[in-house]
Design a protein around this ligand. Structure first.
Ligand SMILES: Nc1ncnc2c1ncn2[C@@H]1O[C@H](COP(=O)(O)OP(=O)(O)OP(=O)(O)O)[C@@H](O)[C@H]1O
Ligand SMILES: [Mg+2]
Length: 319
């Protein structure tokens, strides 16, 4: 590693940690959870937050946007939401006698898609297409989305009535699934004081900007990966495919996501090369939501996350 590269990598690691520390000032959640959110962004991925109401999901999204000084928009998904409510529409301008494109909320750096499973499959598909293509096409015209572009989609794990759960094929397009969970007692108590006296989000200052975010993503791409680690990732994927407790294993796309996030973790650590630990540390949040546990296994209480843990324990780690 040459000297300037080493410096750049170390600097990138410090920037990521600064963003994580900034989030921690506002959101009471384990540092590892907050770090994973930032890694998802550095990996240029999209995130599913599956959690109960009122645990700080919106707070987290706003704090992330504020920390990086990027544009933020929010869509509440409802059954009557139309694809054009997400992407934007062409409207007729009477003065110029021409149609002009009015961009929808998807044209932001950070988009919070609240309760994504409440919208019709058609509208869900419109959002997922934007995520996949990094662009919007309306009446044959294409419009580039912003960079960085990150979707934080929330799903409520208890209310399934009247919802359209995302099919696995669509879940696969999300890089990561995370839960925030309830804070430990002392933290929750402290949060009560903060929120009712002087909410920390109001005074949160940016620690980086959109250009830094794009630069971090570029740095992460350049992380060196030894061939044995590519093979290790594929071995993990294949182990899920061969697992009889699973009805659906991990796709090749899952492998790409796993490598991207693992590279982001190496960068956060100030390293310019990947280690097996990077892969292991992010495997559950990157892989678990893509798997379908077979009904017999599910009835014994086995979860997708537990199966990923098991696969990690059984697959030989390259030395
Ligand atoms: N872990 C947490 N850290 C900091 N604040 C929190 C946390 N959990 C809840 N809060 C506070 O509770 C309130 C509700 O949080 P927020 O709106 O972010 O929840 P949510 O998960 O988005 O809920 P919903 O599912 O209803 O959208 C906010 O004032 C927020 O500050
Ligand atoms: Mg919310």
């Amino acid at each position: 590693m040459s000297e300037p590269d080493a410096l750049r990598t170390a600097e990138a690691g410090r920037t990521i940690e600064a963003v994580v520390a900034n989030l921690a000032r506002v959101v009471h959640a384990p540092d590892e959870t907050l770090r994973l959110c930032v890694l998802c962004l550095v990996a240029e991925g999209h995130l599913i937050l599956e959690d109960f109401p009122g645990v700080g999901k919106t707070m987290l999204a706003k704090a992330l946007a504020r920390s990086l000084d990027v544009s933020f928009s929010r869509i509440q998904f409802t059954p009557d939401l139309l694809p054009s409510d997400v992407t934007g529409v062409n409207v007729f301008n009477q003065r110029t006698n021409e149609f002009e494109f009015r961009p929808g909320p998807v044209f932001a750096n950070l988009l919070l898609a609240d309760e994504i499973n409440r919208a019709s499959p058609k509208t869900q598909a419109a959002l997922l297409e934007c995520m996949q293509e990094q662009q919007v096409t309306v009446d044959g015209e294409s419009y580039e989305l912003a960079r960085p572009f990150v979707v934080l989609a929330t799903q409520n794990p208890i209310e399934y009535e009247g919802t359209y759960p995302l099919p696995e094929a669509q879940l696969d397009r999300f890089t990561m699934r995370l839960q925030i969970g309830y804070p430990p007692l002392p933290e929750e108590a402290r949060m009560l004081t903060e929120q009712t006296a002087d909410p920390p989000l109001d005074s949160l200052q940016p620690v980086a900007d959109a250009r830094d975010a794009v630069a971090l993503a570029e740095e992460a791409r350049a992380i060196y990966v030894e061939e044995s680690l590519n093979r290790y990732i594929v071995a993990l994927l294949r182990a899920t495919r061969a697992d009889t407790r699973l009805y659906l294993g991990a796709s090749p796309r899952a492998g790409i996501a796993l490598l991207r996030v693992a590279k982001a973790r190496a960068l956060a650590d100030g390293r310019d090369y990947l280690s097996p630990d990077d892969v292991r540390a992010v495997a559950v949040p990157v892989l678990a939501h893509r798997l379908i546990v077979a009904p017999e296994a599910r009835s014994t209480g086995l979860t997708d996350a537990a199966i990923v843990q098991d696969v990690l324990a059984k697959t030989p780690v390259p030395v």
